[in-house]
Ligand binder design. Sequence first.
Ligand SMILES: [Zn+2]
Length: 50
Amino acid sequence: MTRVKVSIRCNRCGERFVLRGKKEKGRIDTGFKRCLCDNEHDFQVDEGNV
Ligand SMILES: [Zn+2]
């Protein structure tokens, strides 16, 4: 398991969130559920180092 910093940008309203997550088997888990605008699926996710 690797800890990563993840920036998530909402493709609907443009809001950005920076979170810490963990990466496991190529999947990133941040616990992030949805944006303020109720978007749950349409995001651009960028992963960086913590
Ligand atoms: Zn949004």
